[in-house]
Structures are given as C-alpha cells and as structure tokens.
Ligand binder design. Structure first.
Ligand code: HEM
Ligand code: HEM
Length: 417
C-alpha cells in the first residue's frame, strides 16, 4: 500500500529548508552597503545558511529515494504536470542557488575564506574564473523564479485543501486534515518566522555581544609599583636597592621572561569602524636595563597565524595572501637595539619591523615599571600597513581600510637573574 503521508524525515526537511530559504532570500537584501566588518559578518551568515541549505537539500533528495512517498494526488493532467514541474523547479533551485553562490566566492578576485557558522572551514570550488559571471547572474536571478514557484506551490496546496477538499497539508504537516486551520497557521508561522528572522538578524551585533573586543579582554592587573614597594618589608626593599646598585655598577642589561596573560594587539579602521585584534602567540627575548640602554636588546617574534579579531572568517582573510600571507611569511619580527630614555618610566625603541617580507624602521614608545625582579611594560606604535603590503588588490586602497594601524602591548615580565 502507498504511504498516506510523507515520512517524518521528509516533513522536517521540507519545513526546515522552506524556512531557511525564506530567511536566506529576505536576509540577502541586507548584503549591500559599504564593505566593512558589518557586511563581512553578513556574508559569513549568508554563506553559512546557504551551504546548510545545500547539505539539507542533498540529504532530502537522498531521503526521497529511500523513504516511501505518498502517490501524487490524482487530478487533471495540467495540474499534475504543473505540480511536478514546481517540485522539480524547487529541487533545482535548492541545489543551484547555493552552488552558484559557492562558485561566486570561489572565483572572486578577492579570496575570502568561508568559515561556516564561524567554525567549520569550507573549501573553494576548483572552477575556472570564467564561471564567476554566469554564476552571479543565476544567483541573483534564481530567487525571483523561486518566489514565483512558491506562489504556485502555495496556491496549489490551498486549492487542494479548500477548493477540492483533498487535505493535502496533512501529507506534509500533522493536523492538516479537512479544512484544518491549524495546519495552515503552522505553515504560515514557519514561513513568517523565516521572514522575520531575515529582517531582524544582525550578525555583527550578535557576534559582538557574544564576544567582547579582543584587545579589551586581558588587561594585565599589576599592582602599582609604588604601592608594591611601600608594602614590601624593609629587608626586601634593601635587597632590591642593593640589586639595583649592583646592576648599575655592572651596567649589564637584565634578561626578562615574559609572563602569561600579556597582550599584543592592534586596532585598524575599516570604513570608519574599529577592528580590534590580537596575536595569541608571540615570543620575546628581552635584554633590558634602564641603566644599560646601550647593551639592551629586544627581539619579538609574532606568529601571524594566531591573529584573533573575534571573527574566524576575517582571521582567515587576514592570514590569506592579500594580508599577512602566512603561507609565505609565517612570522613578523621586531628587533631593536637602540633605546632612548624619555624621562620618568618612559622609553623609546628604534627598531626594525619585518612583516610580509618587508623591513622598516618603526619607533615604539613604552613605559616600564620595574619592582625588584618584576616588570610591567606597556607601549604602542603606529605602522602604515600599506608600506608592508598588508592589503593587496582591492584591499590596498586606504579608502576602505585606513593605512595607519595602531599596535599596542601590555605584559609583565620576570628577570631571570
Ligand atoms: C520555499 C518554500 C518551499 C519549498 C522549497 C517547498 C518545496 C517542496 C517540494 C520540493 C515538495 C515536493 C516533495 C517531494 O515529493 O519530494 C513539496 C511538497 C509539498 N509542499 Fe512545499 N515547499 C515550500 C513551501 C511550502 C508551503 C509554504 C506550503 C504550504 C502552504 C507547502 C506545502 C507543501 C505540501 C502540502 C506538499 C506535498 C505535496 C504533495 O503531497 O504532492 N510547501 N514542497
Ligand atoms: C539557497 C541558498 C541561497 C540563496 C537563496 C541566496 C540568495 C541570494 C540573493 C537573493 C542575493 C542577492 C543579494 C543582493 O545583492 O541584493 C545573494 C547574493 C550573494 N550570495 Fe547568495 N544565496 C544562497 C546561497 C549562497 C551561498 C551558499 C553562497 C556562498 C557560499 C552565496 C554567496 C553570495 C554572494 C557572494 C552574493 C553577492 C553576489 C554579488 O552581489 O556579486 N549565496 N544571494
């Protein structure tokens, strides 16, 4: 005997995909405007939901082959043909819409990594660049056809349900017997849910709410140096002073080990909006004493692949060939052996930053508070990203991403001696 209704799997997939498609089309309206972190986050969501639709649709077609389906409702030939064509058209759209989108991003001149829902890397399709334009045309054109199909599809379902008295909704939705208003309302609610979500979702706001700006997360809480030494017992204070004089006499720079929890971050501006990031992995060899500036030396090595701007897809773009190009230049280094005391606890380093294969002089100012064998260093520098070739092609223009990037650090260190 033929099944009376679609299997539960087919029903779930039908409504999940229907809602996701409506969401996708409505949300796509917001894929416009100036390029920047906001638009970037929107594209990330558009691609994620689109690929999810593709995977669900493939699953659904597979399911269709194995799970029993009810026989088509008998009717005039034109109606059966039309319904078959609409269903076929839907399947074509459910596969072709995401695939053409996937081709667009795979052939785009600016390669943006795709990270589904911020966590699953998705490869580019190995298709020739010439496919880009037709794909773009189809990708924009097809949703209009899909909307026309939806009108026919819904009209067909309602015609059966109300005019012909065949409760067709019951095949695709529990409780759709007779003129059950509940099923119609459920269907309407699912579709409306997709529309409303597509209108209200702001991926950037959501991402920011979930994760505070990277550089703001880890300020190192160090006790104020004066307070610390005032609280220190006399003997310890004497020891510190003795050590200080010893060092002064020898004028040997001290070797410092950077403690955990330090930050090395940067702040750029993209269409006027700040983009803050930091590097999770970096090491520093520090030989430094205020009394021995001549012999002092710092050598910082930054693992560019550890960049974290709070957006996995953006990080993927930053490590890509247009920005850091970590495949070729895994690390950036900053080396300085010239220091100047600026008065008080302030110093300037005149060092060389090597980034993306380009070496340039970059002055750096910092404050240094030393108490005994503990120190806290805080400083900043401004670099011009364009002079290092960070931002190629369309990204080279400073109209969108400003040239100057503020780099800052804040860490504690312990003297090894
Ligand atoms: C974008 C949204 C939608 C898409 C892509 C879609 C797609 C499809 C497809 C491909 C089928 C054929 C299933 C098969 O036999 O393999 C189908 C069946 C069905 N759809 Fe939809 N649908 C959508 C929205 C809706 C809505 C809003 C309703 C209700 C008003 C609805 C009601 C039905 C019903 C009742 C069937 C079963 C038809 C039958 O038994 O022959 N669908 N849908
Ligand atoms: C069912 C799935 C999808 C639907 C219905 C859909 C729909 C749309 C629509 C209506 C637009 C036009 C937005 C506008 O400019 O007004 C658009 C743009 C775009 N979509 Fe999709 N999309 C889907 C899946 C995907 C996927 C999977 C990707 C990439 C992996 C993607 C990438 C893009 C891109 C890059 C654009 C901008 C194209 C351009 O304007 O040059 N889409 N999409």
């Amino acid at each position: 005997m033929m099944a009376q209704r679609y299997s539960l799997g087919a029903i779930i997939l039908h409504w999940l995909i229907a809602a996701a498609l409506v969401f996708q089309i409505v949300f796509a309206e917001s894929l416009e405007g100036p390029r920047g972190p906001d638009l970037f986050a929107r594209y990330q969501l558009h691609k994620s939901v689109g690929i999810a639709i593709l995977l669900l649709s493939v699953l659904r077609l597979g399911w269709r082959m194995v799970a029993p389906r009810p026989a088509p409702v008998p009717g005039p030939k034109w109606a059966m043909t039309l319904s078959g064509l609409v269903h076929f058209g839907f399947y074509v759209f459910m596969i072709a819409a995401p695939v053409t989108g996937w081709i667009i991003v795979s052939t785009s001149r600016i390669k943006v990594e795709t990270l589904l829902f911020g966590s699953l890397p998705w490869p580019h399709l190995p298709v020739p660049a010439s496919w880009g334009e037709p794909a773009e045309f189809l990708h924009h054109f097809m949703p209009n056809v899909a909307i026309a199909l939806l009108v026919l599809h819904v009209a067909g379902a309602l015609r059966h349900q109300y005019l012909l008295g065949t409760p067709i909704l019951a095949r695709m939705l529990p409780g759709g017997h007779g003129k059950a208003i509940g099923a119609v309302l459920t269907a309407a609610a699912i579709m409306l849910g997709g529309v409303v979500l597509g209108k209200v979702i702001d991926p950037k706001g959501a991402a920011q709410g979930a994760r505070p700006a990277a550089t703001a997360t880890a300020p190192v809480a160090a006790p104020a140096p004066e307070a610390a030494s005032a609280a220190a017992p006399e003997s310890e204070k004497a020891e510190v002073e003795e050590e200080a004089t010893k060092k002064e006499a020898n004028a040997e720079p001290r070797n410092w080990v950077v403690g955990k929890g330090g930050t090395l971050g940067f702040s750029a501006r993209w269409n006027g909006e700040p983009v803050d990031g930091r590097f999770a992995r970096w090491t520093a060899n520090i030989l430094f004493s205020p009394e021995a500036l001549d012999g002092s030396k710092i050598d910082v090595s930054i693992d560019l692949g550890s960049v974290d701007t709070g957006d996995g897809q953006r990080d993927g773009t930053l490590t890509g060939s247009d920005f850091f190009d970590t495949g070729k230049f895994a690390r950036a280094t900053y080396r300085a052996s010239k220091f100047k005391a600026l008065g008080g606890n302030r110093y300037r380093a005149d060092g060389t930053l090597t980034l993306r294969g380009v070496s340039k002089q970059v002055p750096l100012t910092f404050t240094l508070d030393i108490t005994g064998n503990k120190a806290r260093a805080k400083g900043s520098a401004t670099i011009d990203r364009t002079s290092f070739g960070v931002g190629q092609g369309d990204y080279a223009s400073t109209a969108e991403i400003a040239g100057p990037v503020a780099v800052s650090f804040d860490f504690q260190a312990t003297a090894r001696d």
